[in-house]
Design a protein around this ligand. Structure first.
Ligand code: AP5
Ligand code: MG
Ligand code: ZN
Length: 223
């Protein structure tokens, strides 16, 4: 068994729709790694109307990033909690240089630096195809696609039976805005992690299983 995988501290980078959440879930379920997805945390906060959700809602719906101060606080709380496991994958965080620097400081202080930042890549027209056909489960956060990964029963979550929804921010106009923001705010992190010599790039094209094989190969080659 590849037990060592559940001790890795990973960051998943890549544009909206490339498959970060899909791959993070497969890794988490197959290798008992904890998946920490800031998008999921925020969406849940919005639906519960917590103070965090009320702060984040307008930013998310319009495709803009939630301010660094807010999101860094969320991650700090998760990673400093006594039941935070030794291995995890951060999906959708960090997203700005400010977040990346704050994360590095936090982990350095704990003596638990990141092992690897993995960047998934795919051409823009593929990202748009994936995002505009995405359906998600609002209860258990599972991710589906109308054509590429349909649920067994139409519009219904395979795992919990909940009716699937289309995310507010998956309308084509908002998708394009998120892609622009990725380029200006998040793409610079490739240089940041490249200089630290912990960056791996993965081709995100092809089927979900093909991409997962590449991911496992990168982890096996590195550790
Ligand atoms: P977040 O939820 O993180 O959204 P995102 O980064 O825009 O990424 P997505 O979830 O859209 O894409 P993904 O890469 O996870 O793709 P998925 O696996 O779903 O953030 C949402 C918002 O929250 C942000 O806009 C911001 O407002 C806020 N936020 C979150 N984190 C923040 C932070 N750190 N700082 C500030 N603000 C923050 O796959 C997409 C679709 O493709 C699915 O339908 C899937 O089934 C399908 N698919 C996946 N892989 C394949 C494949 N290989 N072939 C075919 N189809 C595939
Ligand atoms: Mg996601
Ligand atoms: Zn579900």
């Amino acid at each position: 068994m590849d037990n060592w995988i559940n001790t890795l501290r990973l960051v998943f980078l890549g544009p909206p729709g490339v498959g970060k959440g899909t791959q993070a879930l497969m890794l988490a379920e197959g290798y008992s790694l904890m998946k920490i997805s800031t998008g999921d945390i925020l969406r849940e906060a919005v639906s519960r109307e917590t103070p965090l959700g009320l702060q984040a809602k307008a930013f998310m719906e319009s495709g803009r990033l939630v301010p660094d101060g807010v999101i860094i606080g969320v991650i700090r709380e998760r990673l400093s909690s006594p039941d935070c496991p030794s291995g995890y994958v951060l999906d959708g965080f960090p997203r700005t240089l400010g977040q990346a620097e704050a994360l590095s400081k936090m982990l350095e202080a704990q003596g638990t630096p990141l092992h690897r930042a993995i960047s998934f890549e795919a051409p823009e027209e593929e990202l748009i195809r994936r995002l505009t056909g995405r359906r998600s489960c609002p209860r258990c956060q599972r991710i589906y696609h109308l054509y590429f990964h349909p649920p067994q029963q139409k519009d219904q979550c395979d795992v919990c039976g909940e009716a699937l929804i289309q995310r507010e921010d998956d309308r084509e106009e908002t998708v394009r805005k998120r892609l622009r923001i990725y380029e200006t705010e998040t793409a610079p992190l490739l240089k940041f992690y490249g200089e630290q010599k912990i960056l791996s790039k993965i081709d995100g094209r092809g089927s979900i299983e093909e991409v997962f094989k590449r991911l496992l190969q990168v982890l096996k080659d590195r550790f």
